[in-house]
Design a binder for this molecule. Sequence first.
Ligand code: C2E
Ligand code: MG
Ligand code: MG
Ligand code: MG
Length: 285
Amino acid sequence: RMKDDGKNNYNVFKPNPDGGGIERLTLENSIRKALQLGEFELHYQPQVDVLTGEVIGTEALVRWNHPTLGLLPPAKFIPIAEETGLIVSLGEWVLRTACLQHQVWREKGFAPMRVSVNLSSRQFSKHDLIERIEEILRETRIDPRYLELEITESMTMNVDGAIEVLGKLKELGMQLCIDDFGTGYSNLYYLKLFSIDRLKIDRSFVRDIMTDTTDADIVATIIAMAHKLGIGVIAEGVEDRDQLDFLHSHSCHEVQGFYYHRPLPAAQFERLLRKRGAMKTNSQR
Ligand code: C2E
Ligand code: MG
Ligand code: MG
Ligand code: MG
């Protein structure tokens, strides 16, 4: 059973059914222009350790600050960027920007924090992926241990040479997370073989945890398997206390979701870090 939570709905720009035509061409051009004009921005969603309440990481999520349409979520432009290959340039911009932001926060004195970046399948299958990433690591001087790449199950299954690519990414010192885990087809043996650091339980399972016993069983099984394999596990899309309690009682201690925080613009994320830092000092008094 494949879960569909409408992630791939895009309704502002509807590509023509034949995949061609004016609209698509216009959108392709405006994405290209938006990259040049700097209209994209990253929001950062905190990842929280349930046991300590601490922010232990953040996922960088791209938005398009469109001059007339306002702030557009990725569902409105990522599919076209994927189709046209522009996702490669956009993805590099995302990676560079997230690494630079991590460095800025470090320089400001915050404890270094894991930053997760989504990789598209199109990027993943580029022959020069490793070189491009190496270049960004050199350029931004981020300590790669704090950088996590989010890939999907299908990416590991569909790309020739995926094993080599993942091996090289690990050699560069980065962490690897399987995003939307449970929605695709997985070869579980690969989890160990690829040295996957973390599984991210898809939010469609978390959403129905309290109402659908199958989903509850799936989530419990993924957590148990991750623990057994010595792999980290995080749940996304946690929106309420009951879901949190369920995850907690099954020993999933890393969560991300609206219950704690929505994705935040960098300035707001930084304010959150400051507030938390202040809280720490207060509680020590
Ligand atoms: P994802 O990587 O699975 O990201 C998680 C999505 O779930 C985000 O949506 C986030 O805002 C949303 N979310 C987090 N917590 C909750 C919650 O409690 N409830 C609900 N209903 N949603 C929650 P967003 O930012 O719209 O991104 C959607 C997808 O777009 C991402 O799914 C990812 O696949 C893609 N995406 C985002 N940024 C990038 C990027 O820089 N590069 C690539 N290739 N894809 C990206
Ligand atoms: Mg993700
Ligand atoms: Mg996800
Ligand atoms: Mg995803």
